[in-house]
Design a protein around this ligand. Structure first.
Ligand SMILES: NC(=O)c1ccc[n+]([C@@H]2O[C@H](COP(=O)([O-])OP(=O)(O)OC[C@H]3O[C@@H](n4cnc5c(N)ncnc54)[C@H](O)[C@@H]3O)[C@@H](O)[C@H]2O)c1
Length: 255
């Protein structure tokens, strides 16, 4: 029960890595607020876990790329749950592989709003509440932030922006006792991963190739990423801030 009597917001918590975080924090007794566009899936997950967990799990419909909506949702969570101990800025999208010549500036702007601005805005609106609890922020970046990715310049840049934000904010908010870290997964078996593979000619062999990038010959599960987020959200990591934790199953080894 490492998160009992504490409250976490997980953006994009209805599915994939976010849902893995929700499951891990709920199992540790935490109260969990899911902020997601997909209220149906988030509501079903909340109902399932509320029946099992001592904490409360609730879904709030929210488009995190809309700063006003995000501010309103964070205030609603604090009103309903009474406090905020951790914000996990996880919601994000990965556009299909595209060269820079094929990528419109409008699509880059939209991507940056969803993947980056939402993390900045989430931190901004959560900070007043996190100062009271000496809470934590976890930004879901990606190994593409440090390694790049073919035909994914805008996506990689959005993940790099989250990592730089993590370091700068850790300095600024550390004075108030708030720790800020990022998690950089390589390949995680989520709906996003499977939707990306489905855009390719041979989805099955693409998923196999992606699995073999890790030394274990498989992708991470969402819960494996969730457990690292739990570590970063508790006193177990009390001297860790401003770090990008590479949770990549050895994918970047053997250069
Ligand atoms: N899957 C991977 O291999 C992988 C690797 C590295 C980083 N990541 C990052 O992890 C995060 C989650 O990825 P995933 O694979 O779980 O994705 P996913 O598509 O499986 O799930 C994402 C969730 O976010 C929600 N969402 C999307 N846009 C939203 C918005 N504007 N407002 C609110 N909710 C929104 C979706 O409804 C969904 O529930 C992303 O930031 C992604 O960049 C994923």
């Amino acid at each position: 029960m490492r998160f009992q009597n504490r409250v976490v917001i997980v953006t994009g918590g209805s599915k994939g890595i976010g849902a893995g975080c929700v499951r891990v924090f709920a199992a540790e007794g935490g109260s969990v607020a899911i902020l997601d566009l997909d209220e149906g899936a988030g509501g079903r997950l909340a109902d399932e876990l509320s029946a099992l967990s001592p904490g409360r799990v609730r879904c709030y419909g929210c488009d995190v790329s809309d700063g006003g909506a995000l501010a309103g949702a964070i205030e609603a969570v604090v009103r309903d749950f009474g406090r905020l101990d951790c914000l996990i800025n996880n919601a994000g999208i990965h556009p299909p592989a595209m060269s820079i010549d094929e990528t419109s500036l409008e699509s880059v702007e939209r991507l940056m709003r969803i993947n980056f601005l939402s993390s900045f805005a989430g931190a901004k609106f959560a900070a007043p509440h996190l100062r009271k609890t000496k809470g934590t922020i976890v930004n879901m970046s990606s190994m593409t932030a440090v390694l790049g990715q073919e035909k994914s310049a805008a996506y990689s840049a959005s993940k790099g922006a989250q990592l730089s934000l993590t370091k700068a904010l850790a300095l600024e908010l550390g004075r108030d006792g708030i720790r800020v870290n990022a998690v950089l997964p390589s390949n995680v078996d989520t709906p996003l991963m499977r939707e990306w593979a489905a855009t390719l000619d041979d989805p099955e062999s693409a998923l196999e190739r992606v699995s073999q990038m890790q030394v274990f010959g498989r992708m991470a599960s969402p819960e494996e990423i969730g457990r690292v987020c739990l570590f970063l959200a508790t006193e177990d990591s009390s001297f860790v801030t401003g770090q990008g934790i590479e949770v990549e199953g050895g994918a970047s080894l053997d250069y």
